[in-house]
Design a protein around this ligand. Structure first.
Ligand code: ADP
Ligand code: MG
Length: 667
């Protein structure tokens, strides 16, 4: 097992210099040449500041040399990228630090399992392994405790279990007894010795000669150079049946020499590898939300308001729009209106039925409707009501697409002769004939003139200006002019057109014709496209307001998330260092913080969605038309998630780029 042809670790001419504060350079390692064979137990000794920790960090691939080469199992580490180094670290090394470096928010057993999560070990396997290791290290009763509930010696044993969980073949211990009393110290050293005796390569940094004496070989460094390197003991043959031999799967060499069963296990691990870190990130995200409910809540407010307002305003806005289109189309079909416009002091010609007849001859015109209107009183027996009297031809029916519900319109003959007949609106019918649904044939008095009711119009409801359209009655235009004492002038002509695409052309033709007939434009001309256009404009303006309100609060929410994540990264720098040291790649760290940000923004999205729907329901309860659109709700929620990704990215990248050595040193 010892002394294979090639050393496990080969270091040549290794330098590590730190540039701090601009010009000042510290040379921590100043030309190290070192070979360590598999299975060796090496102590590195030296005064404080001599470069021991720096050497150990380089050995464990937490840090990179400034110059020189470092080969492990023949692989040149200086050629590996950050992620490859992380995988190497994960498979090969187990770190034990002076200050234990456990993650405070996690239980002891979760701490032990952490490297296995990044190693992609399936949940059940890593749990069993962790339990076995903890049992061997006398931690059975402490699995579910948090680090602060454990003594220093117990914490260090948890850290040792963590170093062993992936079967780490090289244990790197940086003054593992430095913070312990002599009893705990002796215990930890005994464990380390045992690890060495079960065939692991152990590299132990200490400034304590007694501790160093336990190793097979002692290397002393001063000012970044090796000053002595000697065997302290005759290397023992590995003891058989040492208890820790069963702990973890021993990996002989990091990049080669896998046994068949290990290859199988690793293939399985690779399948699971992508999932474990994501699940871990999700768990950690919920844990951090739970640990800071108020801060999270305040951060979420922007997202909540943004999503809620988009959902609620979209629902109410769509409702209002639908209502308006309904009313408008009830009132006007595809029409152009030519309206009388007399201005004082100017000569003018009234609109006349021949004008209407002339317009009817134009192309794209289906029919024209000459209209004379006035208010009057209609009565039947002792019942009477004030109403709008519309004098028009029977084309009223086609132009407004307004059928009768009972009875019928007057005939062409009635039109021509101006018969005393009328079609009345539903409201009038109910007013004057409360006892019968069909008043056809009845005689009513309109402005005290008798008229026969021919029919009742279908219900139309309110116009978009709020007028009750069912409160009108229609009489033949000639009856209006000759029997009801009107001014015998038209108020307007309604022009029903066929093809809306040609609306503008037709309108221009109507205008030209009327100017020709009247000698000047003494009328105004409008079309229903205008009415629809104004609705479209209204809707645009509404949407813009909506986007503005939602957008601003979502932006505020996003900035809140970014701020919270930056704070989280700062507060948890040491945790990031620990995760990296135990095998997390920069990608794992990035993913973890991104997932946290998305979980936070997603939570805000769900709450906002609920509030938005509640507001919509409230508005509906108070009588507004509310159309809840699944699309806009889904969009708002997606937007919230996107927000987490976009605004969480910068903090997450910042976390992923932290130097693990510096991160570990932070408090
Ligand atoms: P030891 O572990 O033997 O006490 P270190 O390896 O921690 O020593 O440090 C060796 C030298 O490198 C010291 O002079 C220390 O100040 C310096 N050093 C270590 N890390 C850094 C760093 N990140 N930036 C600047 N100087 C450093
Ligand atoms: Mg040190």
């Amino acid at each position: 097992m010892t002394s294979p042809a090639r050393p496990l670790i080969e270091i040549r001419g290794l330098h590590r210099t730190f540039v701090s504060g601009g010009a000042v350079e510290t040379t921590a390692l100043d030309g190290i040449d070192l070979d360590i064979h598999e299975g060796e137990f090496v102590a590195i000794k030296g005064a404080s500041g001599s470069g021991k920790s720096t050497l150990l960090n380089v050995l464990g691939c937490l840090d990179r040399p400034s110059s020189g080469t470092y080969r492990i199992a023949g692989v040149d580490t200086t050629r590996l990228g950050t992620a490859e180094l992380a995988h190497l670290r994960q498979r090969t090394f187990g770190f034990v630090f002076q200050r234990y470096h456990l993650i405070n928010g996690m239980t002891a057993i979760d701490n032990v399992e952490l490297p296995a999560i990044y190693g992609g070990v399936p949940k059940e396997v890593r749990r069993t392994r962790a339990e076995r290791l903890m049992a061997l290290l006398g931690l059975d009763d402490h699995r579910w405790k948090r680090p602060w509930q454990l003594s220093g010696g117990q914490q260090q044993r948890v850290a040792i279990a963590r170093a062993l969980i992936n079967g780490g073949s090289v244990i790197l211990a940086d003054e593992p007894t430095g913070a312990l009393d002599s009893k705990n110290s002796a215990e930890v050293i005994a464990i380390v010795r045992e690890l060495a005796e079960t065939g692991r390569t152990v590299i132990l940094v200490t400034h304590d000669a007694q501790v160093a004496a336990q190793a097979d070989r002692t290397i002393e460094i001063a000012d970044g150079r090796i000053v002595s390197d000697r065997a302290t003991k005759v290397a023992n043959a590995p003891m058989t049946a040492a208890p820790l031999a069963v702990a973890g799967d021993r990996v002989s060499r990091p990049a080669s020499g896998k046994t068949a069963s290990q290859t199988g296990a690793q293939n399985f691990a690779q399948v699971r590898a992508w999932w474990s870190p994501i699940a871990e990130a999700g768990r950690s995200a919920f844990a951090s939300i739970r640990s800071n409910p108020i801060r999270t809540g305040l951060t979420l407010l922007g997202v909540v308001i943004g999503v809620a307002s988009v959902v609620a305003l979209a629902a109410i806005g769509r409702g209002a729009e639908a209502e308006m289109i309904d009313r408008t189309s009830a009132l006007v079909s595809n029409t152009i209106m030519v309206t009388d416009r007399r201005e004082p002091g100017t000569s003018y010609t009234p609109l006349t039925p021949p004008d209407a007849a002339a317009i009817a001859e134009l192309p794209n015109v289906i029919a024209t409707l000459p209209v004379d209107e006035k208010y009057g009183v209609i009565s039947h027996g002792h019942r009477e009501t004030v109403t709008e009297i519309v004098g028009a031809t029977r084309d009223y029916r086609t132009v407004y697409r307004w059928e009768t519900r009972v009875g019928s319109y007057f005939s062409e003959e009635d039109d021509r002769r101006g018969s005393a007949v009328t079609v009345i609106g539903k409201t009038i019918a109910e007013r004057l004939f409360p006892d019968t649904p069909d008043p056809t044939g009845a005689t009513v008095l309109i402005d005290r003139m008798p008229f026969t009711v021919l029919g009742v119009l279908q219900e139309k409801g309110l116009s978009f200006s709020g007028e009750d359209l069912d409160r009108r009655l229609v009489v033949p235009l000639n009856a209006m002019m000759h029997r009801l004492g009107s001014r015998r002038e038209l108020q307007y002509i309604v022009v029903a057109i066929d093809d809306m695409e040609m609306l503008t052309t037709t309108r221009d033709a109507v205008r030209a014709l009327m100017v020709e007939r009247h000698g000047r434009q003494d009328f105004s001309i409008a079309d229903t496209a205008g009415a629809f256009r104004s609705i479209t404009d209204e809707r645009m303006a509404m949407n813009i307001r909506l986007i503005a309100i939602g957008g601003i609060s979502l932006l505020v929410g996003g900035i809140g998330i970014m701020n919270m994540m930056l704070t989280a990264v700062r507060e948890r720098t040491r945790e990031i260092g620990i995760r990296t040291a135990t095998g997390a790649t920069p990608g794992d760290i990035l993913r973890q913080f991104l997932i946290e940000a998305v979980v936070i923004s997603g939570t805000g999205g769900v709450v906002g969605l609920a509030i938005g729907i509640a507001i919509g329901a409230g508005a509906a309860y108070f009588g507004a038309t509310v159309i809840l659109s699944v699309t806009s709700a889904a969009l708002a929620f997606l937007l919230a998630l996107t927000l987490g990704v976009v605004f969480g990215f910068m903090p997450a990248r910042h976390a992923a780029r932290l130097d693990p050595v510096i991160a570990l040193a932070s408090e």
